[in-house]
Design a protein around this ligand. Structure first.
Ligand code: PGA
Length: 258
């Protein structure tokens, strides 16, 4: 049985003060009620130390931190990049990779995303690999083709990494047209693509691996649509952008994932 996973992607938002308020509001809830799901908060790198000190404690061992990217290089002359070993210094469990904003704004391609996923898995952490089609691709019936290409690029690299368990892999289906727009894929649209992803995992890996890998949905998830989305058989939680900046809304979404 897959545990649901709800991830807060704070993108380039937050400040020391705002984060402290968020943590206070988040911790005022009874987090024991959320013990049946995994929750990850992904702030900007610069706030990892603050989040580690103020957020993580023994209240809920299934609450962890994540980052929004990692370098594919291990160390060296890579100005501005952050390595996996640096990330591991901060009790990080998850690393978001290949978000459509990074693909579009930082020119990350399928191959780079795949190499980063291999680095994260080799370090024993969970890569959250984002896949998603543009509005134009959806309207020209290319959704399946795009998702299959993006997933295949990752699986081709990961299948070559000896001895790395792929059960830590998380896939996030995020239709680009639904990110930050208020438009959400309907539960049926999302389930259709999640089913397609699970089928490809079965063919490329094994039925057992496909059943254990979590596939989460992202794109304008809010308290009023989370329940229906998370109720679909192949949707194992959510990647939450805008609504995760409000601790109350984020908690409501987490509740819907139970
Ligand atoms: P959104 O962002 O919830 O604001 O649409 C999701 C994401 O980009 O991960």
């Amino acid at each position: 049985m897959r545990r649901s996973l709800v991830v807060a992607n704070w993108k380039m938002h937050g400040s020391l003060n705002e984060n402290q308020n968020w943590i206070k509001n988040f911790k005022s809830a009874d987090l024991n009620k959320l013990a049946s799901i995994d929750i990850a908060i992904c702030p900007s790198y610069v706030y990892l130390a603050q989040m580690q000190q103020s957020l993580l404690d023994k209240i809920n061992p299934h609450l962890s931190l994540g980052t929004q990217d990692v370098s594919s290089n291990t160390n060296g002359a890579y100005t501005g990049q952050v390595s996996i070993s640096m990330i591991k210094d901060f009790s990080i469990n998850y690393v978001i990779l290949g978000h459509s904003e990074r693909r579009a704004l930082c020119f990350e391609d399928d191959e780079l995303v795949a190499n980063k996923a291999a680095v994260v898995l080799a370090a024993g952490l969970n890569p959250i690999v984002c896949l998603g089609e543009s509005l134009e691709e959806r309207e020209t019936n290319k959704t399946h083709q795009v998702i299959q290409r993006q997933l295949q690029a990752v699986l081709d690299v990961l299948k070559k990494t000896d001895g790395t368990s792929l059960t830590n892999l998380v896939i996030a289906y995020e239709p680009i047209w639904a990110i930050g727009t208020g438009l959400t894929a309907s539960a049926e649209q999302a389930q259709e693509v999640h089913g397609l992803i699970r089928a490809q995992l079965t063919t490329e890996l094994s039925a057992a691996a496909a059943q254990s890998i979590r596939i989460i949905y992202g794109g304008s998830v809010k308290p009023n649509n989370a329940h229906e989305l998370f109720n679909q058989s192949d949707i194992d939680g959510g990647l939450i952008g805008g609504a995760s900046l409000d601790a109350g809304l984020f908690l409501e979404i987490c509740m819907a994932a139970q």
